[in-house]
Design a protein around this ligand. Structure first.
Ligand code: ZN
Length: 264
């Protein structure tokens, strides 16, 4: 808050409290009080629609003497009362914030750190809204992202550049088909056991059926039942993800009958 805002805030407090009003009546004392408050509350915004913060509301609450707090009877409002009221709003902002990648050169750790701290401070002081990357990645984006960062499958999670994988595709048809399916957004059948040929997760399906697995050849595509399992598993995953990302609906407010009501 700058001194203009502080002067307005103190004028508001003066309307609620004659002690503040008297202190502001003297020009010298008034200037000193405004300077003190401005120094103490330099990092506190005046209003912040995002979290519903309003410094004048914080002053008003002090005089409401909530929860049996009788301080207002003994002393007028002070900057620390406003700071204490601001703290939870500030914490709320920081909880929502995800550090953006600084534009500074990563090889210059000093500049990098300075920019990172700068963006955090700007959010904490209400100058900029929090950067909410997590909230902006939807369920489909999260799935693509997970596939990209982990490689496909549960095995050795090594990363292979796309162009190398394309060159090798002809020599590994099973793997290529699998990667193409996942890239197209289809569920990964190889993450599950095949109920037809009994192939374990990560293993390709096998043709025919012979005891001991002798003479069986690898299939380049999974058995249809294995794909079905993957689709079902993904539907279930989507359902859970949807449930977890949906806020509970606000309860309907119904008129409550306290007498004569009949339970249905
Ligand atoms: Zn199979």
């Amino acid at each position: 808050m700058i001194d203009n805002h502080i002067a307005a805030l103190l004028a508001f407090a003066g309307r609620l409290d004659s002690r503040v009003r008297r202190a502001l009546a003297d020009p010298q004392q008034s200037a000193r009080t405004i300077a003190d408050w401005t120094a103490a509350l330099a990092d506190v915004p005046t209003t912040l629609p995002d979290t519903g913060w309003d410094a004048s509301q914080a002053v008003r609450r002090y005089y409401e003497q909530r929860a049996g707090d009788r301080s207002a009877q003994f002393r007028p409002v002070e900057p620390h009362d406003v700071l204490a009221a601001w703290a939870p709003h500030r914490a709320e902002l920081m909880n929502r914030h995800t550090d953006p990648i600084p534009e500074a050169d990563p090889d210059d750790p000093h500049a990098w750190r300075k920019e990172l701290l700068g963006t955090r401070a700007a959010v904490a002081h209400g100058h900029t809204p929090p950067a909410q990357y997590r909230a902006e990645i939807n369920a489909a984006g999260q799935k693509r992202l997970a596939a990209m960062v982990s490689g496909v499958g549960r095995g050795s999670r090594r990363y292979m550049p796309t162009e190398i994988a394309e060159q090798l595709a002809a020599f590994r048809p099973t793997r290529a088909a699998r990667e193409a399916a996942v890239a197209a957004g289809q569920p990964d059948a190889y993450a599950h056991t095949c109920t037809w040929c009994g192939a374990a997760p990560e293993e390709p399906c096998r043709t025919g059926y012979r005891r001991n697995g002798k003479g069986q050849a690898q299939r380049s595509t999974p058995h249809p039942c294995r794909t079905d399992t993957a689709v079902r598993a993904e539907d279930e995953h989507d359902r859970l993800a949807h449930l977890m990302s949906t806020l509970p609906a606000p309860r309907e407010s119904r008129a409550r009958h306290t007498t004569g009501g009949q339970h249905r």
